[in-house]
Design a protein around this ligand. Structure first.
Ligand SMILES: [Zn+2]
Length: 451
């Protein structure tokens, strides 16, 4: 492969869409035959729904396949622990065990991968990392815990495959990671958006300006922040580097979308390995380009646990591939994964998405950390945004409070937000996934059903 090619897989990444669909159909049929023959979980559900893989003559026929949900997966796991009847291959053939990050006390989703799956997982990350400009000469630092949570595991193997020098910093402190970045001339850092921000803040406390470091690329995953313009701008300034968004799932083991070096404001779908359907939330009606949808994914690559028409709960807006000029024929999700449908909160009749609030708050450079607090006073729901200012920015408070009050209301049909100042370092800081929304309202059905 030429180092000059912008594509990891030049043929498939630029395949005309008609050929892409034909390739998807061939792979889908093969996957469904495999799953039907080997996985009790899939066969049982498909038999009940009257679906058989021989019914797949065109891609449209996949509508006959019943949706798969996380709840079903969890039930199957509980029915025959530890893995349930999902596996297509006996567990002794597995080489990797991973889980969802989960919440304390809850049983996480458990996945196994064989050698071929693991190779494929790295291959998917290669599409993204190479596409954003990683090359064998890069020195890549992983700010990642290397536990059972799948996270950046696949990216680590992808970097080895590309030929980069890989620095794993599993149990290192923030300070020692910063020292490594400087001492070893790191060119690329892989992290969650929240932690990338934390690293840059900690560095300036140590008197180090990361914008002067050799880092030229920051690869983000695990949270939507990488595609929120204000967050991205803030990170690109703090690091003096290009920031790339990507997203994956434990259920897939890898990423299914990535931002290319053109940074068009969207993330390409790896369509030769995933069929992504964009449907109305919890319904089976497809939506048009540019409309809010729930993504339903079929992974054509993972054999141990086939993922077929899986409802993700992810909120996306699909746009045509032509919106990016890199030449890839894979469509894009505008703004990456925009959040989760069940993250949406209803406050006095208005929909509030935490990500929309974050994108407004992060426009204010004086904000260090924030929290969204939902409470009920009497019968009335109240929403409050609590702001911690950066040191030395206290003078900006009144102007900032007025601006946020107005901007938040304007973006939410006039909904009144309280905007309060929080004491320095009083709000929680997050190393992995941030939880900036706290819902203290007493009714349980406002909460998320799943973690
Ligand atoms: Zn592109």
């Amino acid at each position: 492969m030429s180092h000059e090619s912008p594509y990891w897989n030049p043929k498939n990444e630029t395949l005309p869409r008609e050929e892409l669909r034909a390739l998807q159909l061939v792979k889908l049929r093969r996957l469904c035959e495999w799953a039907h023959a080997r996985s009790g979980f899939h066969r049982r559900r498909w038999d009940a729904a009257g679906f058989h893989p021989s019914q797949l003559h065109t891609l449209d026929d996949m509508k006959r396949i019943p949706f798969m949900t996380r709840a079903e997966w969890m039930d199957a796991q509980a029915e025959a622990p530890p893995f349930g009847p999902l596996l297509t291959v006996p567990p002794e053939y597995a080489i990797r065990y991973h889980t969802t990050s989960g919440t304390t006390g809850r049983t996480p989703l458990r996945v196994l991968d064989g050698m071929k799956d693991w190779e494929w997982i790295a291959e998917m990350w290669c599409y993204g990392l190479w596409g954003f400009g990683l090359r064998p000469s890069d020195v890549v630092l992983f700010a990642f815990s290397y536990g059972t949570f799948i996270g950046f595991w696949g990216a680590h193997y992808a970097c080895e495959k590309i030929g980069c020098l890989v620095l794993s910093t599993g149990s290192a402190t923030t300070e020692s990671r910063i020292k490594s970045i400087v001492d070893l001339n790191v060119t690329t850092v892989c992290s969650t958006p929240t932690y990338a921000l934390r690293l840059s803040q900690a560095a300036s406390e140590m008197g180090i300006n990361l914008a002067d470091s050799s880092v030229s690329k920051v690869i983000l995953s695990g949270e939507p922040g990488g595609s929120i313009p204000a967050v991205k701008r803030q990170l690109e300034t703090a690091w003096g580097a290009k920031v790339c968004d990507s997203a994956g799932m434990t259920e897939i083991g890898s990423i299914m979308i990535f931002e290319c070096a053109h940074q068009s404001g969207g993330t390409h779908i790896i369509e030769d390995h995933f069929i992504e359907e964009t449907l109305e939330y919890e319904k089976d009606t497809p939506v048009s380009y540019g409309e809010r949808a729930e993504r339903v994914v079929t992974s054509l690559g993972r054999g141990f646990i086939p993922l077929i028409r899986y409802r993700t709960n992810d909120l996306v807006v699909r746009i045509p591939h032509s919106e990016c000029r890199c030449g890839r024929t894979g469509d894009l999700y505008h703004g990456g994964i925009q959040g989760r449908w069940d993250d949406m909160k209803l406050v006095r009749g208005t929909n509030v998405y935490p990500r929309a609030v974050e994108s407004i708050v992060r426009e204010c450079a004086a904000v260090d950390e924030f929290q969204i607090l939902l409470t009920r006073e009497g019968a009335i729901d109240e929403i409050c945004v609590r702001i911690e200012l950066k040191p030395g920015r206290e003078d900006h408070w009144e102007a900032l409070r007025v601006r946020l009050h107005t901007d938040l209301a304007d973006a939410h049909e006039g909904l009144r937000f309280k905007v309060e100042q929080a004491v320095a370092n009083s709000l929680p800081r997050f190393e992995l996934k941030a939880k900036r929304l706290v819902d203290q309202r007493p009714v349980a059905d406002y909460g998320r059903h799943d973690a």
